[in-house]
Design a protein around this ligand. Sequence first.
Ligand SMILES: Nc1ncnc2c1ncn2[C@@H]1O[C@H](COP(=O)(O)OP(=O)(O)O)[C@@H](O)[C@H]1O
Ligand SMILES: [Mg+2]
Length: 311
Amino acid sequence: MSCIAAQSLAKSYSGIAAVDGIDLTVQTGQIFGFLGPNGAGKSTTIKMLTTLVMADAGNLSILGIDAAKSPLEIRKRIGVVLQQPSYEPTLTVKRSLEKYGMMWDVPAQLRQERVRRLLADFDLTEIQNKRNEDLSIGQRRRVQVAREFMHDMDLLFLDEPTVGLDPAVRKRLLDYLKDRAGAGLTIFYTTHVLSEAEYICDKIAIINRGKIIAVDSPEELKRRFGQEKTIKINIAERDERIRDLLEDITDCRVEFDSGTEVTIRSEQSSAVLSRIFGILKENDIEVEELSAVPTSLEDIFLKVVSDAPDS
Ligand SMILES: Nc1ncnc2c1ncn2[C@@H]1O[C@H](COP(=O)(O)OP(=O)(O)O)[C@@H](O)[C@H]1O
Ligand SMILES: [Mg+2]
């Protein structure tokens, strides 16, 4: 049984599709990364998956439970950290955790143990008696995430939990999530930072403009794109013919700027390069400068996103 199974899930606001018919399968114990730029539809998806927002169309089963029929059954078994901050300003950090445990009917002794554990795990012990309103954005975010671990759950949704965290704290949180997933928790994790998804996720779906444009393991994404090199060629003089001459070369993507620079991305960079040199030589086009570097995964992500239809 899949932990999350969604088919053709869609949601529009005032006739504009925020999520435009997506399919998702998440297996138990996975950390599933949902990666996309701002406005892509990540939060809307999380709200549908957590039954906070009703989908306009599609089928959704969470933990084997039909979301349209029994949303409350689902809510009992999941944890949700939404993107927007939610805290009671005058409560202290410690009290926030305690109160959350009470809300979920966690027995008193277990509650105390968990509070102590989470304060330590999330590096909040020193500020446990501070009020939420006196915390920094990053500290509040940590309280918001820590609090969710007060109760037992089978599936945790996190909507951009690391925004506002400095790199060391961010890494700590990611490692903590990895540990919990190792112990059996399934995690659905949204981010707009590819390196984060790469670090913790078993599988990554890339969403853009409400549509999923790639789903793969980080390793497979790397294998698919990791061989790629970005070649930049600067020709000595602007030449109108170059567009036509280079446009039909296979196994690469060619971009022209308005001046003398040509950018080529290819997995067969040496073969492509020798063909390009051949063509340039035949046509007496002089190369002034050349560089070739591996395409970074961030660039690949941006490229995949900007290549999607309608952009
Ligand atoms: N409650 C809402 N009312 C109107 N439009 C919304 C609402 N929520 C989201 N949208 C729109 O839907 C699109 C997707 O938003 P969202 O799911 O928040 O994206 P992301 O979380 O990836 O940044 C955006 O264009 C956003 O403006
Ligand atoms: Mg969002």
